[in-house]
Design a protein around this ligand. Sequence first.
Ligand SMILES: Cc1ncc(COP(=O)(O)O)c(C=O)c1O
Length: 465
Amino acid sequence: MDLVALLTSDRGRNLFLPAHGRGNALPKEIRSLLRKRAGIWDLPELPDLGSPFGREGAIVTSQKISALAVGADWGWYGVNGATGLLQAALLAMVRPGEAVLMPRNVHRSVVQACALGDITPVLFDLEFLADRGHVAPPGVFRLQEAIDALSVNSLNVAAAVLVNPTYHGYSTDISKLVSLLHSHGIPVLVDEAHGAHFSFGLENELPCSALEAGADLIVHSLHKSATGLVQTAALWLQGARVDPVAVERSLAWLQTTSPSALLLASCESTLREWHSTAGRRKLLDCLDQAREIASWLKNRGLPLLDNQDPLRLILHTSSVGITGLEADAFFIEHGIVAELPEPGTLTFCLGFGSHKGLGRAIRRRWDGLLLVHQDRSSLPAFSAPPLPFLTTPMMECGTAWRSNSEVIPLEDAVGKVSAELICPYPPGIPLLIPGESLDQRRVEWLLEQGSLWGQSFSTGIRVVK
Ligand SMILES: Cc1ncc(COP(=O)(O)O)c(C=O)c1O
């Protein structure tokens, strides 16, 4: 089937991103725009529209209004996902040759920005949840440990990146982390790609948003955690630690000169809807619906893991001896498509659509899955990456990435320096980054990951020659 035909094919129940659920939860304005004459909305940067980094025009005005509504000083819409905005934000905060503190679960785009900008990533390890193979977001003690380790290792950082919430909807008290970093004079960029809805004014229902926590730069993916079209995102700036001119210069450097007017309009109407009373009611309804589904499933014995975002349901498949990848294949075959299959879990993204009868539908598939995989006992605990608490790559990321390189079998890579990311997608969290050296334990751990992740993992690795 060709691409165009595939786009409209039936996919059963979609519990994947984008969170508008195949159009069901798109804002009314965008739905009616898309019903108008085909393509009429596909406009260039005409004078009345302007551009996201111009001085005048409807786009700049809209960004200002949206920034005001979320309580930020500056705001920019993005049409290259959270990826494009994270990269621009990082390059605006950190100069070539400087270092940035970040947890091990940063998205690959942040590491790629380090390679692009000759920035040194200083990575700190996170608590590993061995029963499911996830990491927990850092608490204040772990972050303090990382800051202490910086001085022990005589490292200075120009900024820090935090990820909150995680893909799975685990969240931490971000305000304490931001305050701690600020007390050490470190500006903070928060990758809140999965938590735009935390900032929609339902403080008691959802964890604190990075905006409320006072982070300096915040990136929201509007298609992962709001009702925007794919690729839509927003970058917010508040306070005086980061220069908005540096952000604009960086954005203009990295973003397309022909942003899609449709995607920009989608950013506007998504944010406008969520900051209206009706939008908040819609979000509340989604949260109520999600909590009901989760408790219905839990009451019937399905192993759902706890998290802080009701819109993400994590099925702990390894607890009954089934990998998330096996469960995913079964669910897809039986008409339910999840977002994130992993070795120990299968994560469903409920998004903002309506899910009548979903609890029963998941339970039916789950019972069928158990029948197919009878007599299994829970999988063994997953092993944590064998890494020191704080690491910097042996060779600069960008240097390693640009160096002469060759692909060799992973088992032959002991003593080599990686020229590449190793990164199952989703979730897009690198297991190895360019410039890191490989010892025996790391290679063995990566080989083990390869057998757990299956096809999404290459058996070769590109190393520096
Ligand atoms: C935590 C996190 N940040 C950033 C991104 C990048 O978002 P996008 O795909 O919109 O560029 C992702 C994508 O999966 C992500 O999980």
